[in-house]
Design a protein around this ligand. Structure first.
Ligand code: 13P
Ligand code: SF4
Length: 309
């Protein structure tokens, strides 16, 4: 099918089936353009909790589909590619996390949304990169806290809140890959540019950044800033919306290490295509299904996050 036919078929099926398409900012531009909602992890969870649609098609990665299903168990939640996982979620197996949590029984467990439903079921409150600081700040200064699974985000939140949360040693393979050497070179070539970075990046990159924030915060910052050029250290999918909102500004992706590529893409996010989105709406598979016992435990820390956001 031609791209224009795929787009009109997706739009037809969406209406016929009372479906809603939600996409993360790291999706390919064509998927962001056809989606009803495009946002960061927090916005996707908030929309999934509120939607009146019968079917949610979550164009992102598996844990995002799970979060939508946990919040809206009566709805059918579909994902274009069931193999779209997340290296950060994979860096925190539930059985190992459970051992860690049990060995610190007096600690409150804070988990990043980039986790499996089974890890969320072991958690007291979920956070995203948009609300992590706000939520951690709501605990007393002497509270004993565990933060998992992202060590870079955890270190960053410790530094901006003055906490010493115990950190799980996990990371995202995309955000850990930015090359400081190439970033320095880009800054020398574009001295007027501001460096903006996602807190999942390593400390060496964050130390060079003029602004650190979640994908939504980075987007807002570039839109509000009077500066005209930005070196962007996060997954390059966000450049689509940045450029759309700010056609007169220049966005330069920061490249990864060990690669000749100019930008840094999440191979999991890029598994989703317009064709897979069409097939998923047509056949109503792959569907996200979650064990009810796990879902009932996992929904509590997500609802707590939504209340504390
Ligand atoms: P946010 O959408 O919270 O910025 O998270 C980025 C990310 O890595 C999603 O996988
Ligand atoms: Fe996971 Fe990193 Fe890909 Fe986000 S960018 S989905 S954290 S692997």
């Amino acid at each position: 099918m031609k791209k224009s036919e795929l787009i009109s078929e997706i739009n037809r099926l969406k209406i016929e089936k009372n479906a809603v398409i939600m996409a993360h900012y790291y999706q390919i531009g064509d998927i962001q353009d056809i989606a009803d909602y495009v946002g960061d992890s927090l916005s996707l969870a908030q929309w999934a909790a509120k939607t009146e649609a019968d079917i949610i098609v979550l164009c992102g990665v598996h844990f995002m589909g799970e979060t939508a299903k946990i919040l809206s168990p009566k709805k059918k939640v579909l994902v274009p590619d069931i193999n779209a996982g997340c290296s950060l979620a994979d860096s925190c197996p539930a059985d190992e996390f459970e051992t860690f949590v049990r060995s610190h029984p007096d600690h409150t467990v804070i988990s990043y949304v980039n986790t499996t439903a089974a890890v969320k079921a072991l958690t007291d409150v979920v956070v995203t990169s948009t609300n992590a600081k706000r939520i951690v700040d709501q605990f007393p200064n002497d509270a004993k806290l565990i933060f998992g699974p992202d060590r870079n985000l955890g270190n960053y939140i410790n530094s901006v809140t003055g906490r010493s949360m115990l950190l799980w040693d996990g990371a995202c393979h995309v955000h850990e890959q930015f090359s400081v050497e190439k970033l320095v070179k880009l800054k020398l070539e574009h001295p007027g540019s501001l460096i903006i970075a996602h807190p999942e990046c390593k400390k060496t990159v964050l130390l060079m950044a003029d602004f650190i924030g979640s994908t939504q915060a980075l987007l807002n910052y570039t839109t509000q800033s009077e500066k005209k050029s930005f070196l962007v250290a996060t997954e390059s999918g966000i450049l689509h919306e940045m450029q759309k909102k700010n056609p007169e500004k220049e966005f330069i992706p920061v490249p990864p290490n060990d690669s000749t590529c100019a930008c840094n893409e999440c191979n999991f996010m890029r598994l989703n295509t317009l064709e897979k989105l069409y097939n998923c709406l047509l056949n109503e598979i792959p569907e996200i299904l979650i064990d009810e016992e796990i879902r009932e435990k996992a929904v509590k820390p997500i609802l707590r996050m939504l209340e504390m956001s």
